[in-house]
Design a protein around this ligand. Structure first.
Ligand code: ADP
Ligand code: MG
Ligand code: ZN
Length: 504
């Protein structure tokens, strides 16, 4: 390819803290009733003072540690000045030259920084905008002649400050990303890490995580990469949109360059309906934010934070889990990913494994596979159906391991296993006891089985002669009839052996 794609991401995530970034209001961006969680501080009344939320700072430090970034000896907040109706103060408290975290690395992409700021409020615009100049001039004539006359409101915006002042972390990458798939993989891994750390739910559809993509096409000049003009795309609300935005921009920019034009440096927005990026503002009217240090918050002395204690909060991270699971359990990549994506399931998996009795490696491997298979199909399916998590099931890892052993030693059929499992997920219980109660224990006692085999042979002369004539299907039919007779509690392999010896 003639052009070299270059992508850098800026990712915002709302942090999960009890209170907002600079006041005691509840941090609850999901609150549907407008302007419930507000106070003079986050509404920017004169004379109020912001106080930085320690938990939010510690959340970002934890992210920095997880991503192997550097934490400076001191940090500070800065004012980023701009006007917009969702920003009560007329500036956003953010961080400019000394973020909480410098550098770091994720999936081979170098990180520039991670800093802390506050979220804005939310605007909702009325759908019906009637802009008839006739009507407007008529209204103002009426308004002048009648002091009680109220202008009819046809177009308006409502503002909700519940989200104003919610702690927001911003992570910026170096322009190291080469294509749409890599960008999506990066964003997904970051989302997973934020969830592992418990610092954000990072749901893109809810706006808890927002991705901005900087995209350019460079060229090779004298063997060196010369970066192209970048376009920044905002308003990307899903992983699919991240992917499609980047693909679209790379194609659009290539067409611009092919036609002999230059790519304009601008901010564009992703339009999910048009499935295209659209120009929002050009570099000419780019913001000058006039950053300056926030005078109302003293600089942060990072020695006042117990970094060693914060570090102890680091859980096993997704990548560490992958590496360990490969080593310890010999699972396939897909199986490992299922577990890494769902930490509760992974914990249940490991707890169940540790309840297995076997010392034999072959047994252990077989039972491990049974555990992962039942977990990722039957159990996951049941939980999804009932809308509960692993916290809500009555099944314990210990009882589940017992069930797996019964299956593994062919004491029960897979049909019985499924029934028992359903029962155990809903009501708990130990499978051995349940089996006795329900009389479902697999019959492998040859005497009992022989009676049934004899009965089936007498009742099915045609299949018997077919089998004797060499038709193997007939044997399966006979085993099936015997299983039916035993209501599924028979042992198919033993039955088959009995028929073979009997019909020799
Ligand atoms: P700005 O000042 O316009 O915000 P920054 O230098 O802060 O630009 O970079 C913002 C993001 O854009 C970063 O993720 C960075 O890696 C990325 N970026 C910078 N230059 C380019 C480029 N030429 N192509 C693609 N991304 C770029
Ligand atoms: Mg920027
Ligand atoms: Zn408040």
């Amino acid at each position: 390819m003639k052009y070299i794609p270059t992508i850098g991401l800026e990712i915002h995530a709302e942090l999960k803290t009890q209170t907002k970034m600079f006041c005691d209001c509840k941090n609850d961006p999901e609150e549907r009733r407008p302007n419930i969680n507000v106070c003079p501080v986050c509404l920017a009344h004169p004379g109020t003072l912001p106080v930085a939320n320690r938990a939010a700072i510690e959340h970002v430090l934890l992210v920095g540690m997880a991503l192997k970034g550097d934490i400076p000896a001191s940090s500070k907040f800065d004012r980023k000045n701009y006007f917009y109706p969702d920003l009560p103060k007329g500036y956003q408290i953010s961080q400019y030259d000394v973020p909480l975290v410098f550098g770091g690395m994720l999936k081979g992409v170098r990180l520039t920084r991670v800093h802390l700021e506050e979220d804005t409020g939310r605007l909702s615009h009325s759908a019906d905008r009637i802009a008839q100049s006739e009507k407007t001039s008529n209204d103002s004539r009426l308004a002048r002649s009648n002091p009680n006359y109220q202008l009819p409101i046809t177009s308006y915006s409502l503002v909700d400050f519940n989200r104003a002042g919610v702690p927001l972390m911003e992570l910026v990458t170096e322009p190291d990303i080469k294509d749409a798939d890599q960008a999506v993989a990066f964003a997904k891994e970051l989302q997973l890490i934020l969830r592992y750390l418990g610092v954000s739910d990072a749901d893109m559809e809810k706006g808890q995580m927002r991705v901005e993509a900087n995209v350019s096409l460079g060229t090779i000049v004298d063997g060196l990469l010369k970066l192209g003009t970048k376009v920044e795309v905002k308003n990307i609300a899903s992983f699919k949109a991240v992917h499609d935005t980047i693909e679209y921009e790379l194609k659009r920019q290539a067409e611009v360059l092919e036609s002999g034009e230059k790519v304009k440096q601008e901010t564009r927005g992703w339009d999910d309906v048009k499935r295209a990026t659209v120009s929002q503002r050009s570099k000419e009217d780019a913001h000058d934010y006039r950053y300056f240090p926030e005078p109302d918050i003293p600089p942060l002395d990072m020695n006042k934070f117990d970094l060693a204690a914060i570090k102890l909060l680091l859980p096993e991270l997704p990548q560490e889990k992958r590496v360990r699971f490969v080593k310890e359990y010999g699972l396939s990549d897909a199986q490992i990913e299922t577990l890494v994506q769902d930490r509760d399931m992974a914990a249940f998996f490991e707890n169940s494994i540790s309840e297995l009795e076997t010392e034999d490696t072959e047994n252990l491997a077989r039972e491990t596979q049974l555990i992962i298979n039942y977990l990722s199909s039957d159990i996951r399916g049941a939980l999804a159906e009932w809308g509960i998590g692993f916290g809500g099931i009555k099944l314990t890892p210990e009882n589940f391991a017992d069930l797996i052993e019964l299956i593994s030693h062919e004491k029960i059929t897979s049909r019985t296993a499924k029934d028992l499992l359903n029962e155990m997920i809903q009501n708990g219980g130990d499978p051995n006891t349940l089996l006795k109660e329900k009389g479902l224990e697999q019959v492998s006692d040859e005497g009992a089985l022989m009676t049934v085999v004899d009965k089936v042979i007498v009742a099915n002369p045609k299949p018997v002669s077919d089998y004797k004539a060499g038709k193997m299907n007939a044997l399966q039919f006979l085993v099936g009839m015997a299983m039916k007779e035993l209501k599924g509690t028979g042992h198919p392999k033993t039955l088959s052996e009995l028929f073979i010896s009997k019909l020799k």
